[in-house]
Ligand binder design. Structure first.
Ligand SMILES: [Cu+2]
Length: 152
């Protein structure tokens, strides 16, 4: 009788221990996800301007490895432009791209923004380096619609 209740208590302690360890592991996994959601650094980039200049404003962007960003793109000009940064995209983890009511998930290499369009690119840069940015519309790159993205 005594041994049975002792075994019961031992089993109970074992269960509680397993439960505590599981909860600790789960909360460790959950915390970075939860905090990543609330700590998005906003970076705004305009593709061209209302005067029709072929430039990115700003043209030099800086990111930190492992930090999460909301890259807010807009096109205030009267022509369409591209935000093309293939290597930067490959060096980052894209959580989503949101434009209007559409959310795109998965790998992204360039975004086309029609006049007046806005888009949000939520990403986490992963690989340090210098990456090229340009607009892939014919003659825009040559006219100076280029930029540089630095991941520190
Ligand atoms: Cu362009």
């Amino acid at each position: 009788m005594k041994t049975t209740s002792f075994t019961k208590i031992r089993n109970l302690i074992k269960s509680i221990t397993i439960y505590c360890i599981t909860m600790t592991i789960l909360s460790c996994l959950w915390l970075p996800l939860a905090s990543a959601n609330s700590e998005l650094t906003e970076v705004k980039v305009s593709l061209g301007n209302s005067a029709g200049e072929l430039q990115f404003f700003p043209s030099n962007l800086e990111f930190e490895t492992g930090k999460s960003y909301k890259l807010m793109l807009d096109n205030p000009s009267s022509m369409k432009h591209y935000f093309t940064a293939k290597d930067f995209a490959d060096a980052s983890w894209t959580r989503k791209v949101q434009a209007g009511k559409v959310e795109v998930k998965g790998a992204i290499h360039e975004l086309e923004l029609k006049p007046e369009a806005v888009a949000e690119w939520v990403l986490t840069p992963m690989k340090p380096g210098k990456y090229e940015l340009y607009c892939s519309i014919k003659a825009h790159k040559e006219a100076g619609m280029v930029g540089e993205i630095l991941i520190k």
